[in-house]
Ligand binder design. Sequence first.
Ligand code: C2E
Ligand code: MG
Ligand code: MG
Ligand code: MG
Length: 283
Amino acid sequence: QAKMLGKNRCVSFNLKYIEKLSRKSDLEYHLKRLNYEEELQVYYQPQFSIPNKKLIGAEALLRWNNKDLGWVSPAEFIPVAEELNIINPIGEWVMVKAVKQISLWNNTYGSGLKIGINVSPKQLDHKTFVPNLKKVMEENAVPPEYIDIEITESLAIEGEERIKQIDSIFRSLGISISIDDFGTGYSSLSYLKFFPFERIKIAKPLIDAISTDHYDLQIVKAVIILAKSLGIKTIAEGVESQEQIDILVELGCDEIQGYFLGRPVPADQFEELFLGDSITKTA
Ligand code: C2E
Ligand code: MG
Ligand code: MG
Ligand code: MG
């Protein structure tokens, strides 16, 4: 019987593995044939300062709806797009949409919002990235203080030289950089020394348990103190309750983002929910 069980286990392991491979090849198949305008959409999630809960910006989050696959999470397809070497055109597509959107909102509502754009480290190697970003900013008259590039911490494994190179690129444009998902993955404190970020985005897994887990609370507290002492702003990701907000206010966290105050939504809904007529239109 034990032998049979072992055999079954082996079979189910292989099936899982095959399923995973075939899912990946499905994603590849459809990504290679991606119709950008039809299948891709940019959603926007609001970011607020605390304690006043003032709207300060929006993060652009890519959505993919394929007629065969349905909705596919960016967490799943972005890594595949990176492997296929199509993250550059996809990333630039997002960048153009997002910069145009923030220009429109800031001009229409006088909202002075910052747009957060996620950028894969791979995109930064592409020669057209910086010139194109500069061009879109100019064409849409968006000043650099309204652009924030979110880069994940995994960049840290690429070393000091690389970090300095990227830092100088963005500094020359005058835009700010946030380190995404801080506290998960390849955390490196020395990273902070070589790459003077404007902002740390404290990862959701750390924020999740701040109201129930003493250790998580102390870790987040330490991150905020460290950031403050280095002159770096902090934003908490994935905030889902008022209780968390209260704690974050007490810890001196600068900003928050999360389902509790707003989910990622299409541009028209963002406008209705977060801009609307509460703000006087200037255009
Ligand atoms: P991220 O940049 O860390 O984005 C935050 C993720 O957390 C988003 O997932 C957002 O919808 C989700 N989130 C925000 N608040 C909450 C909350 O209160 N609770 C929960 N459960 N989730 C929350 P999403 O949109 O699925 O994106 C996943 C990841 O995909 C992003 O993580 C980012 O790394 C990547 N991504 C998304 N759009 C782009 C893009 O245009 N370019 C690149 N390179 N990566 C992108
Ligand atoms: Mg992000
Ligand atoms: Mg994040
Ligand atoms: Mg991320």
